[in-house]
Design a binder for this molecule. Structure first.
Ligand code: ATP
Ligand code: MG
Length: 403
């Protein structure tokens, strides 16, 4: 007897039944015929998509997250937690691209990042925290997607080029370093999200990810070349073409005043810094201005921080500071730094309170538990995507048989 299966492993009858009972299903990307008695594709855990999805994440390359992460991506995550089905990924495998000789650091950093997420207010009951190394489907998708990206295009990716330069990687970086750009496409597409909240530095990566999704849908799901990105799923594509959602500060400059604030460049104010450390770091900022009556540059690093951390809650005060600063109207850098330190510390204070519980003995087990909880749902979604992708690529030989 011949049965018609949807790409998600359900018979048409099952799908019809479910539809009439009001449950929704992943898109019927490609119909595949099987002899039911012989080969039945695995029953992928069915995951209703009641809300559009978000995927974003952080790499554990340092002990914690910084103000750049907050304004570039975390604020958007917090805002969108209810509206979207959110997946937040800790890219711990990608941390090995620059820290392969420091596995203990990567582990500790991973715990640190989850603590930051919890301290900031990301909620594992509403969102799914996913640890990359425990989601094998991501690694498999990385290899498959690597065929859809021209090598030279990856190497021309401006974000990669900047990282090679600013991190001083020279020409001795491992093969895995540029490969993380392909891996990031898999990180994202494994969850088939519509939106990816990131800072501006990630735009080139998201563009590459969009290219992969477009190409996959066209090559393997029969979506026409002229179909608009927003209509890809409607036209049978497996992947929505994800859009970057840039934060309210697209690229926060570091306290060195040169590079973007970055956890690997020693120019960051961390979310876990105590009040004294925050003020000390701000005091280190140099603008070259000599006196309170010297007209200052309204676009310099201090003024950018005033916009970001005073302007966000008191626009009038920020405008006043900037006006007086530009005019040299008796306002010193020292005064601005003190006011700025106060504003940043006020913003970080509730995070410090939430973090305190995790710093007590046994705090790590809170984090490990959150990671464990996220893996179940994270793996279910990623496995479902891998299964659908393999069906579309004619890698449709039934269930995996390991051992
Ligand atoms: P690394 O130096 O290891 O690359 P990073 O500080 O750049 O670390 P990532 O983990 O690469 O941090 O970035 C995580 C997210 O935070 C990304 O979405 C990125 O765009 C955003 N982000 C990082 N730094 C900034 C910044 N200075 N301004 C705005 N967004 C940022
Ligand atoms: Mg980065």
């Amino acid at each position: 007897m011949r049965a018609m299966y949807r790409a998600d492993g359900q018979t048409r009858m099952e799908a019809d039944e479910a539809r009439s009972s009001g449950r929704s299903f992943p898109p019927p990307v490609c119909s595949v015929h099987f002899f039911s008695a012989v080969v039945r594709p695995p029953r992928v855990p069915f995951l209703p998509m009641s809300k559009p999805r978000i995927l974003t994440g952080d790499t554990p390359t340092s002990t914690g997250l910084h103000l750049g992460h907050f304004v570039g991506s975390l604020e958007n995550r917090l805002r969108l937690q209810d509206e979207y089905d959110c997946y937040f990924l800790i890219a711990n495998v990608h941390a090995f691209t620059t820290l392969a000789d420091k596995p203990a650091d990567i582990r500790a950093n991973t715990i640190g990042i989850v603590k930051d997420w919890l301290a900031v207010g990301l909620d594992p009951d509403r969102s799914t925290f996913v640890l990359q190394s425990e989601v094998p489907a991501i690694a498999e998708l990385t290899f498959l997607f690597a065929m859809l990206l021209p090598f030279n295009k990856v190497m021309r990716n401006p974000t990669l080029k900047t990282e090679i330069e600013t991190k001083g990687l020279g020409d001795s970086y491992p093969f895995g370093f540029p490969m993380y750009a392909v891996g990031q496409c898999a990180d994202i597409l494994a969850f088939r999200p519509e939106l990816v909240p990131v800072g501006e530095d990630q735009e080139a990566h998201i563009e590459m990810c969009r290219d992969v999704a477009l190409k996959f849908n066209q090559m393997y799901c029969g979506v026409g070349n002229r179909v608009e990105p927003r209509d890809h799923v409607k036209s049978g594509g497996l992947f929505p073409i994800p859009a970057a959602k840039i934060g309210r500060v697209a690229r926060l400059v570091g306290i060195d005043g040169k590079n973007k604030m970055s956890k690997s460049l020693g120019n960051a104010i961390f979310l876990y810094d105590d009040a004294k450390t925050v003020q000390k770091k701000i005091n280190k900022i140099t603008t070259g201005r000599q006196s309170p009556t010297e007209p200052g540059d309204p676009g310099n690093i201090l003024m950018q921080y005033v916009d970001a951390f005073i302007g966000n809650h008191d626009a009038a005060r920020a405008a006043e500071i900037k006006r007086r600063y530009a005019a040299g109207d008796n306002i010193g850098d020292g005064h601005v730094k003190a006011e700025l330190g106060e504003a940043i510390n006020a913003m970080l204070e509730p995070m410090r309170v939430r973090r305190a519980k995790m710093e007590e003995p046994g705090g790590e087990s809170i984090v490990l538990d959150v990671i464990k909880r996220g893996l179940k749902k994270g793996n279910a979604v990623a496995e479902e995507t891998l299964h659908l992708a393999k069906q579309a690529m004619k890698l449709d030989f039934g269930a995996r048989m390991l051992g």
